[in-house]
Design a protein around this ligand. Sequence first.
Ligand SMILES: [Zn+2]
Length: 379
Amino acid sequence: MNIFARLKFADIHSHQAIKEGFVSSIKQGRIAHAQMFIGREGNGALGLAVAYAQYASCLDRGEHDSCGICSSCIKYQNLVHPDLHFSFPIYGADVNCDEFINDFRTALLADPLLTINSWFTSLNAENKKPNIPIKECRNIIRKLALKPYESEFKVLIIWLPEYLGKEGNVLLKLLEEPPANTLFILVTENQESILSTIISRTQFTRIPSYSYEEINQYLVEKNFANIDLARNAALMAEGNLSKAIQLSSEIENPQFDDFRQWLLDCYQGNVSKIISDMDAYTDKGKEGLKLFLNYGVHLLRSSLLVRHRPENNKLTESELEFANKLSKFIHIGNISQIYDGFNKAIFEIDRNGSVKLILINLSLKLKNCLRMPEPYKTN
Ligand SMILES: [Zn+2]
């Protein structure tokens, strides 16, 4: 399974039956135009909504998943497809979601299990009141009145419509008679607080919370925790995978020192040092090396967010200190190349490529990426 924040079906943990149901209905052209995904926080529903829309829009659909390489998928995977729109809770009254969209894309790509708390923490807005204001509702109506740019249809994912309040009424007409070629997906954690008039106009899919076994398996496979710790975290998380990851990160990861040293060597272009340390990496074995690289991605991804969310970062103290330094070198201009480099390395290790060569190639790639300047830098 791909560990990176690409949001194909394969990237969303578990939920096999639901994915199969989605795939089969899309293949048969049975796409309800107003849908609601209902379930509790940390269940992967927002990621599923993106995966659903990506599959429906894919130009070369596979049997079980979108192709990941057509022009539509590539834009979907960076959440920049011109026919993919998001509405989500923000703060302030006279604002719309377009003003927050870059932050939202970054937050969701870094954490597909985004929660309202982690989203607001990433905005440095922990004390602000989340809402989807009337200005955003008007923005939605305006956007959906336009024709699709590239796809057969436009997609609007409304994450946490429970924050719409009374303003949601202006959307009712849209949901009742959606403009041609429009797909609404509402992703809610609390259907009781949504206007019943909105609920009655949508087709439901219930997204269950993760089971204890699913959480346990995820934590161990992704190297968030060893077996003992994963068991405890899975028990305490009560089906919330996001919470489980946070709980399990409260102890130091044994990979940390090795990874920090390796990344410093990469940045300095110290290839001879990397080669002379090679035994330490190859001794980890194929599976150990994959865990090492997986852990690295987790740390790099956290570094991308750490500038904005110093408090809710799922890192230990020494990881946080390192991530703070690293965050100056990780940005929207290089993160996807870095992810691709790790992905390729893990793939090649799986195919029994030469570990030495794979690591040297990745090291050189990282050296180049980490030295790229940050584009569109703002304060
Ligand atoms: Zn595709």
